[in-house]
Ligand binder design. Structure first.
Ligand code: GLN
Length: 304
């Protein structure tokens, strides 16, 4: 497959969409990011790397971090994790409260905010220094020791966190958060604030594309069966109430974030990361979605 010309062609074709969509404004620091960036990086399991645009500029991972949180929580808790959250698509916005109330404080899945707050609680409980251990893990899986939190973004999000605070309170009311709510929120916002470039993110997702092998990075261990299950959750829940549309248009397991990033994998072949800050009305990168749709269309490769 000539991925180089595919990536170049995608980059050329998405230029027409520049200016469409809007950045997330509920996190003031994210609204200040230059919205014109477009980065793309595809990395194959046999070591080829193809990139275009701003593939080396770091951006805020936001909900893409939930994949790393799940790898850690699943590794530590195994299947008992599923007593505290489901693995069904929510069909609702990532920060919805209604479903959580109706379902008695059990989040539908780990990739909506409620699920990630429960995972933050699990990680705090299992680790003496959760921030350090989270960073050590993401540095290890991305092969990049300089990956870090952006404290300014985390504080900015905290300053306006009315909805996430309400979600954490509802979880606590239903007994699905053990620890202190403030501590859980603090750790959650730091996890979301991790920054990577498309080049680094494609590396960090490559082990999920290598789904027939066990996963082992800095003490975070998953069996190949658990890796496949993580991919299944990315497929069904990675794009909130647009998971069906992403399956329909793209056909790869993946995860988006409100920083405008999307990471996806083609099992057995490659990991791909795209970034463009303007989002569609479901909170997913508009150019990112189109880029990945073009990728699976031009290559005629998807999991279907
Ligand atoms: N930190 C963001 C939030 O909690 C993450 C949301 C997202 O990327 N979808 O609202």
């Amino acid at each position: 497959m000539d991925y180089k010309s595919v990536i170049d062609s995608i980059f050329a074709q998405v230029q027409d969409l520049r200016g469409k969509g809007t950045q997330a404004t509920y996190i003031p620091a994210l609204a200040a990011v230059n919205p014109e960036h477009i980065g793309l990086c595809l990395r194959t399991l046999d070591g080829q790397v193809y990139q275009a645009g701003d593939a080396q500029v770091r951006f805020s991972l936001q909900s893409i971090s939930k994949v790393f949180a799940l790898a850690m929580a699943f590794s530590m808790q195994g299947d008992s994790l599923w007593t505290r959250m489901g693995k069904e698509p929510s069909g609702a916005a990532f920060n919805s409260l209604i479903q959580l109330e109706l379902e008695n404080g059990i989040p539908r899945n780990p990739f909506i905010n409620a699920g990630a707050l429960v995972m933050a609680d699990v990680l705090i409980k299992h680790m003496p220094q959760p921030e350090n251990q989270f960073l050590d893990f993401v540095r290890s899986v991305s092969h990049c020791p300089t990956i870090n939190f952006n404290y300014g973004v985390a504080l900015s999000e905290r300053s306006q966190a009315y909805l996430n605070t309400a979600i954490a309170n509802l979880l606590k009311y239903h007994g699905n958060i053990d620890g202190d709510i403030e501590r859980v929120l603090q750790f959650y916002f730091l996890m979301c604030s991790v920054e990577m470039s498309c080049e680094e993110l494609s590396q960090a997702f490559l082990p999920f594309a290598d789904h027939t092998r066990p996963f082992d990075y800095n003490g975070v261990r998953l069996t190949s069966s658990q890796v496949k299950r993580m991919n299944a959750i990315m497929q069904t829940c990675g794009f909130y109430d647009e998971a069906g549309e992403f399956s329909f248009l793209v056909g790869l397991p993946g995860k988006s974030g409100v920083g405008g990033g999307i990471a996806a994998i083609y099992p057995g072949q490659y990991a791909v990361a795209v970034w463009s800050p303007r989002l569609n009305n479901k909170g997913n990168s508009l150019i990112g979605m189109k880029s990945l749709e073009l990728l699976t269309t031009l290559t005629a490769q998807s999991i279907f």
